[in-house]
Design a protein around this ligand. Sequence first.
Ligand code: GLV
Length: 321
Amino acid sequence: MTTPAGHVYVSRLLTDGAMARLRALGLPLRIGDDNPPTREALAAGMAGAAAAVVTLTERVDADLLATAGDGLAVVANVAVGYDNIDVAAARAAGVTVTNTPGVLDNATADHTFALILAVTRRVVDGDRFLRSREPWIWGPRMLIGLDVSAGATLGIIGYGRIGRAVARRARAFDMTVLASTRSRTSGDEDGVRFVDTGTLLADSDVVCVLTPLTPQTRHLIDAAALARMKPTAYLVNTARGGVVDETALIDALTAGRIGGAALDVFENEPHVNPALLDVPNLVLTPHIASAGEATRDAMGILAVDNVAAVLSGRPALTPVR
Ligand code: GLV
């Protein structure tokens, strides 16, 4: 690789495997730390950079791209979702944007399934109950949940790579699987039936949201969507917080209009609406769906490899188009 004029800015410490790949580039590096950079630190790190490796906590907008200067060739996001980046502004500035599709499908599907089982089979309720130190004895009516593998129906909204990985797991649990996508609302594929989103909401015992956050999907799950769900159904969101109207979800859970929910993502991360902490039948995790050890290495390595490709004049491996 010919040495570019600028440095490679890395907004946060990545995993050891990804940091090793980064150092192996042999390029001048400026590396942030464990915490997200302030806006000022982000701008300072990007100024004069040839490449930036950022995470979903960094907002890369037109102003920031302007601060970076003309030498910036690539912004590599260490995430499959890229709603934190103004892709149109990057394109206009001649900057390639890349993301990390593929390498996190299984980890994200595993966590989605972990949340499905945790909320439907009341794993967290049980854990909390024991920690309350209440005396207890086994009972036939105790902590009863949904029989996931007795023909329960899983509805997957957004049937991309991660949706397919979730569907594979659901089939192993003998679930009926429905899916809805923008492009497909009928037909079958690999044991999955495609339906429109309204039908999916009405017919599913568990609705799982796996769409990217775009202006079209913001608040896709709003009060009306929640009202279409069965009163016993569960909602699981491992996509982006903004896809679900949190206030409407809080209302639905408080009123017992749905069976429960599990969220890995939040509308205003890292802020978690305090009302979410008090509503019943809700399992929460802090945006860790892709946090498998090998997966997080693979995400960082793919971001670094994208930087290496672009700075060598080759096409990016996984460009955002
Ligand atoms: C994580 O949320 C990702 O988009 O990779």
